[in-house]
Design a protein around this ligand. Structure first.
Ligand SMILES: [Zn+2]
Length: 206
């Protein structure tokens, strides 16, 4: 881009003007705004993509850098309240929940609002559809690694119960309490644990 400057003489000249890309202009407007030709101090002069610990960046990384997905997560009262509870849980085995507990929790909320689930065939608001819906959301949250899949295993020696990530579980695993080896059960159900990253980023009381 350029403009033509015509002087008093008959000679004209041109002055090239470099137009910055929008993201650079936006950054300058926020960090160093110029009002009435005067550069103004801004409280946001140190705005960066990430905070000192990179927590904000990691938070959005969890949602594959999608603001919309992060927004959906933050504004969904059912899940957000659940995560708040999980992040402040003092249970020894960890901050985890099963699909059955998720279902009961949902039904409890519906009943507290004077509602109830109906029968399949009569209404779509039935238990089967509820489980489908919860499973879909669980799958999505596990893909984002907001929730992690694992199992609660009770030690046959010291009777401690701890949560173990799916990748850790083998026929024999070491108890986190007494450090002796434990035989894992024949059948186990998934317990979903809140990612510690979210726990420290979003729900820690600073
Ligand atoms: Zn043990």
């Amino acid at each position: 881009m350029s403009i033509i400057i015509t002087g008093r003489e008959t000679v004209s000249d041109s002055l090239p003007i470099n137009v910055l890309p929008f993201d650079e202009i936006a950054k300058q407007i926020v960090t160093h705004p110029i009002l009435n030709s005067v550069q103004t101090a801004s409280a946001y002069s140190h705005v960066r993509y990430n905070d000192d610990g990179g927590k904000l960046r990691e938070f959005f990384n969890l949602f594959q850098n999608s603001f919309n997905t992060a927004h959906d997560f933050i504004t969904d009262k059912y899940w957000f309240d659940l995560f708040m509870e999980m992040s402040t849980s003092s249970k020894v085995e960890g901050d985890c929940i099963s699909l059955a507990q998720l279902k009961d929790r949902y039904i409890g909320i519906v009943e507290s609002l004077d509602g109830k689930l109906g029968l399949k065939g009569e209404t779509w608001k039935n238990e089967e559809n509820l489980i489908y819906g919860l499973t879909d959301t669980l799958t999505e949250l596990c893909e984002y690694r907001v929730l992690l899949k694992g199992f609660i295993i009770k030690c046959q020696n010291c009777f401690s119960k701890y949560w173990y990530h799916l990748d850790e579980v083998k026929d024999l695993i070491k108890c986190r309490g007494c450090l002796k080896e434990i035989n894992t059960a024949v059948e186990m159900k998934f317990e979903y644990k809140l990612n510690d990253l979210l726990k420290t980023i979003c729900f820690k009381k600073w």
